[in-house]
Design a protein around this ligand. Sequence first.
Ligand SMILES: Cc1cc2nc3c(=O)[nH]c(=O)nc-3n(C[C@H](O)[C@H](O)[C@H](O)COP(=O)(O)OP(=O)(O)OC[C@H]3O[C@@H](n4cnc5c(N)ncnc54)[C@H](O)[C@@H]3O)c2cc1C
Length: 379
Amino acid sequence: MQFELSETHRAIQSSARDFAQAELVPNATRWDATEHFPHEIIAKLGKLGFLGIQIDPKYGGAGLDTLAYAIVVEELSRGDASVGLTVASHNGLGSSHIALFGNDAQREKYVPKLASGEWLGAWALTEPNAGSDAASLATRARRHGDSWELEGTKQFITQGSVAGVTLVLASTDPSAKHRGITAFAIDAGTAGLSAHRLHGKMGVRASDTAEVRLHEVRVSDAQRIGALGSGFTDAMSILDKGRISIAAMALGIGEAALAAAVAYAQERKQFGRAIAEFQGLQWMLADARTELDAARLLIWRAAALADHGKPYSREASMAKLFASEAANRVCDHALQIHGGYGYVNTFPVERYLRDVRMTRIGEGTSEVQRTVIARELLA
Ligand SMILES: Cc1cc2nc3c(=O)[nH]c(=O)nc-3n(C[C@H](O)[C@H](O)[C@H](O)COP(=O)(O)OP(=O)(O)OC[C@H]3O[C@@H](n4cnc5c(N)ncnc54)[C@H](O)[C@@H]3O)c2cc1C
């Protein structure tokens, strides 16, 4: 067992850290306040390989592993969690689904565009009435000869209104329940597809979250990704990897909050001394450091299992559950350490706390992660 990163992982870590420091940190507060989706940095992310981290180099990807993916998401989220989420979901959900389950023609059509950042990918499973119980989705795809007609509404879709392609999970056979769900790639501009960006999110406000509507959307069978009826099983394996990235996102936000709290505690004076000298605050900082390190170990373990081709579903859920809950506590304490100044946006800690809240909900709530872990434990 070794806890050191390889040279390749250290290199990608410092490249993501430098990018976050130069391009994200100076803009994050403004993008958050104005809900600005930063189109201007997408090409740069693509050039650095961050939009095709695990994609085969023959399709223009960086050809790296899950650990590299987690490291990049952590570092970007430290600078701006909205960008971290964009990169996490683009790589882990939309692009991965096509790269892993698409046929050669579909990979050739989509993956180079997605890896370069020419197109962003979205992944649409959740619906207004099907969240945690995703298998109860109501979006229907009906076959007409060699084509399909899709009808339905998807909710909370990251990149929903900026994606070049959206991977849509739809029921092709409602009587077969989750075994009757199939995935389709729907290109932006397809007649009947519309996306409506959601405004007023509590956090990750610079990420694009949209309601995606499909009304009489006609696509050929060539747009079906994976086997008929395998969409739900494929989606669950996609979510396993995605959960590692949301855990990494939480970790990155937690690290930013802890660094801010340490700096502030050393600067701020009350009762004639730095507040860092008060044991009550020292213990908050010590707990934060310990919890973030524990989160990182769980994330890297899940990533290492994935990279060694071993089962990692339970470990991904454990990493996401622990990292998101721990990072929420860390951000809350970081704000507490800032006192009243933490409550206004002069300092970034209030944004960290708003941003990190999403990590306990997206890609399976903490309650759903506990269900996954308990199910394996009791099997
Ligand atoms: C910013 C953001 C981005 C997102 N991006 C995407 C995306 O790109 N693609 C996508 O498909 N989805 C996306 N989602 C949706 C997300 O995955 C869902 O919000 C999440 O799965 C929860 O579903 P829900 O919101 O319908 O809540 P519900 O399922 O209605 O849950 C409500 C509450 O009930 C609890 N609950 C439900 N079932 C159980 C149970 N069996 N046991 C115990 N408690 C339970 C939940 O934990 C939660 O506390 C995104 C969400 C957000 C907020």
